[in-house]
Design a binder for this molecule. Structure first.
Ligand SMILES: Nc1ncnc2c1ncn2[C@@H]1O[C@H](COP(=O)(O)OP(=O)(O)OP(=O)(O)O)[C@@H](O)[C@H]1O
Length: 229
């Protein structure tokens, strides 16, 4: 299996009167099509690690290679471009743009990347919304959707640019039980069907149960001795 993301010697230290170490000594490889869940106690550094892996934050030391590209020394514009091309994000809160329709929310990252002409952006967006069961909501505003529908649109948006890796931070954390089960199922089934790698932070044992690999973060480090139940 080819490696799509390789993190080596990651450290994240916050400067201050007393420097705080958020992440230390993390080495991690993610294979193509692999579904990995990051688990661990609250405040252990799971989101901090995900933000580093997703190039939303820059490590104090260490390197991250994405699809064979070493990102060390990249400036903001280069990191943004690489994220746009290779990564999709789903957060606990949907972060859809409230003044844009559902369809436009999914088209926006495609327009930004410029890989497809406008007609194809629409076609791709509608196809994703259909697969996620929210095509009927395409012309609505996010405020007119239920929480579960909004999160499904957020998944469609994350997949819009056909990313190599989908990164998710507590994607079912803000949903009721039924919507949570639905989004969980979709994330597992659709990403496998599309052959995406997934890195997901979760507290949800049901979500983690379907993963290929579960890692436990404790005090900013991957616990090498941890055995999932
Ligand atoms: N920008 C920051 N400034 C100061 N402290 C921070 C910052 N970002 C994170 N922290 C601290 O770093 C630690 C790890 O935070 P992080 O959000 O990564 O944990 P987590 O494992 O994702 O937690 P949770 O499961 O509660 O979401 C926490 O103690 C948090 O308060």
């Amino acid at each position: 299996m080819s490696v799509v993301l390789r993190a080596q010697g990651l450290h994240k230290i916050l400067a201050g009167d007393v420097p705080t170490t958020l992440i230390k000594d993390v080495d991690l490889e993610i294979s193509a099509g692999e579904f990995v869940c990051i688990m661990g106690p609250s405040g252990s550094g799971k989101s901090s690690l995900l933000y580093l892996l997703g190039l939303l934050d820059v490590p104090t030391h260490g390197t991250i290679a994405l699809d064979g590209v070493n990102t060390q020394g990249f400036n903001d514009a280069q990191l943004t471009q690489l994220r746009l091309e290779k990564l999709g994000f789903v957060f606990q809160f949907h972060f859809l743009l409230s003044e844009f329709s559902v369809l436009d929310n999914v088209c926006l990252p495609m327009r930004r990347l410029g890989r497809w002409p406008e007609a194809q952006c629409h076609e791709r967006a509608m196809s994703l919304l259909t697969r996620l069961g929210v095509a009927a909501q395409a012309s609505k505003l996010p405020s007119q959707l239920s929480g579960g529908q909004r999160q499904r649109v957020a998944v469609a948006r994350a997949l819009a640019n056909d990313p190599l890796i989908l990164l998710a931070d507590e994607p079912t954390g803000n949903l009721d039980t039924v919507a949570s089960a639905n989004v969980r199922q979709i994330l597992h089934d659709l990403t496998r069907e599309l052959g995406k790698s997934v890195i997901a932070v979760t507290h949800d044992p049901k979500f983690a149960a379907g993963a290929d690999r579960r890692i436990n973060v404790v005090d900013g480090q991957i616990d090498p001795d941890w055995q999932p139940l």
